[in-house]
Design a protein around this ligand. Structure first.
Ligand code: HEM
Length: 173
């Protein structure tokens, strides 16, 4: 590329401008960087490709499914209900604690008659379904089955033995 000859009467600024023009640059002040703000998914800069936060892959893998509990179904309401209602379903109190076979467990697989096995202990889950912060749908996968694996997959830190103490009906044999 042949540089344009600088005119003798050009000021230093004009010469610089001409030089920059030849190199495809502009003297104009570069646009101020746009301010980023924090969103739940990490920093976002308007009009720019959204930033992918390192947490995104983790969040996608174990995406939290938020469900809203019906009014009057908070964890506190559950504690009150436990003290005031029968939580063991239709079992005969004289048979408590039951010795439950896998075949018997399988029969209790409906919302109104829902048993689950957690670490060899059988719980009547029907009264708890509407109080479960993860929703009913996900629990139905474990109706009449051993839910230990899925329970641990989602929240092994949850103290189910305390939450479901009143729902305990017996042991898997
Ligand atoms: C049977 C006893 C169970 C109890 C007492 C129980 C209790 C809870 C509690 C307290 C939470 C809220 C946890 C939190 O916000 O950190 C929760 C959330 C959840 N539970 Fe359970 N759960 C049980 C079984 C299960 C099972 C068997 C599954 C899967 C099949 C499951 C799936 C979930 C899911 C997907 C959430 C939402 C997690 C989230 O918000 O990130 N739960 N459960």
């Amino acid at each position: 590329m042949t540089p344009l000859p600088a005119k003798a009467d050009m000021s230093a600024k004009e010469k610089l401008e001409q030089l920059k023009k030849q190199r495809g640059e502009s003297m104009a002040r570069p646009a101020a960087p746009q301010r980023s703000y924090l969103s739940p998914n990490g920093p976002v800069t308007p009009n720019m490709t959204p930033t992918v936060s390192p947490m995104d892959s983790i969040m996608t893998a174990n995406a939290r499914r938020k469900i809203s509990l019906k009014p009057g179904h908070s964890p506190l309401d559950w504690e009150t209900k436990k003290k005031t209602s029968n939580m063991k379903g239709s079992i005969d109190p004289r048979d408590f604690p039951l010795r439950v076979t896998k075949e018997e467990l399988k029969k209790h697989n409906k919302e109104h008659d829902f048993w689950i096995c957690l670490n060899h202990k059988i719980y009547n889950l029907s009264p708890y379904l509407d109080y479960h912060p993860g929703g009913v749908e996900v629990l139905m996968k474990c109706a009449g089955k051993d839910g230990t694996f899925l329970f641990n997959k989602y929240h092994r830190w949850v103290n189910y033995e305390r939450i479901l103490d009143a729902c305990f009906v017996g042991f898997l044999v």
